[in-house]
Ligand binder design. Structure first.
Ligand SMILES: [Zn+2]
Length: 219
């Protein structure tokens, strides 16, 4: 831990993202009480299929305290959760993926949403995950169309139609031949990540692997 981190921990003691109790240090994914109780996905449970991607890896099920935690991360300003989340995401990728990766990218918010929220939570998670894995972080996608929240749509087909054309390759993005890790906070139907992977692959990316903190359900 650097001197600055030590002082920051002293001034703003990190809280557990799941129960909000104080944690032992900033380099901890969860408090000792929550760690054994989290809805861990083990073995093949951690993987699911995503269109246009090599798959998606997630360490946790989207249940109970994980749902509330991600809700605070997205809507209640708990941007600091990105770091403890990233420890789990990076660990899951290291445990389950043994091929090289060139860079980390993310499924972005629209400019409008980012302005109103003050931060892009997927970018923060991608940033810390990149740091954990020792990979560069590269912005590749722009969200060009604000769409109704996917969570309001029940059917997978509706979700796919909703997200179609919502993302495009950024003007400076050069994904040609790259093996990318595409990061988001949660995967539900997989249509958002699938659409992002489609744009990246059609833009020339060699391979896209997705990783999220939590997975809502399997196909
Ligand atoms: Zn806890």
């Amino acid at each position: 831990m650097s001197g600055t981190e030590w002082i920051l921990d002293l001034l703003f003691p990190p809280k557990c993202p799941y129960c909000q109790r104080l944690m032992e240090g900033s380099y901890t994914p969860a408090c000792l009480h929550c760690q054994p109780q989290l809805p861990w996905l083990v073995g093949a449970q951690a993987e699911r299929k995503i269109d246009f991607a090599a798959g998606c890896l997630s360490p946790l099920g989207y249940r109970g305290s994980v749902v509330e935690s991600i809700h605070r991360f997205k809507f209640s300003g708990r941007a600091s959760y990105a770091r403890p989340y990233s420890i789990l995401v990076a660990q899951c990728v290291r445990d389950n993926w043994h091929e090289p990766l060139d860079a980390v990218t993310w499924a972005p918010l629209s400019k409008k949403r980012r302005r109103s929220r003050g931060y892009d939570q997927a970018k923060l998670l991608a940033q810390w995950t990149a740091k954990e894995l020792g990979l560069p972080l590269l912005g590749m996608l722009d969200k060009v169309r604000d769409i109704p929240p996917q969570s309001q749509l029940q059917e997978d087909a509706q979700r796919r139609a909703n997200v179609l054309g919502a993302y495009r390759l950024g003007k400076k993005a050069r994904p040609e031949g790259m093996r990318l890790l595409l990061v988001d906070d949660v995967v539900t139907s997989g249509s958002t990540l699938g659409e992002c992977a489609r744009v990246l692959t059609q833009g020339g990316a060699g391979q896209v692997l997705c990783a999220t903190l939590a997975q809502a359900r399997k196909n």
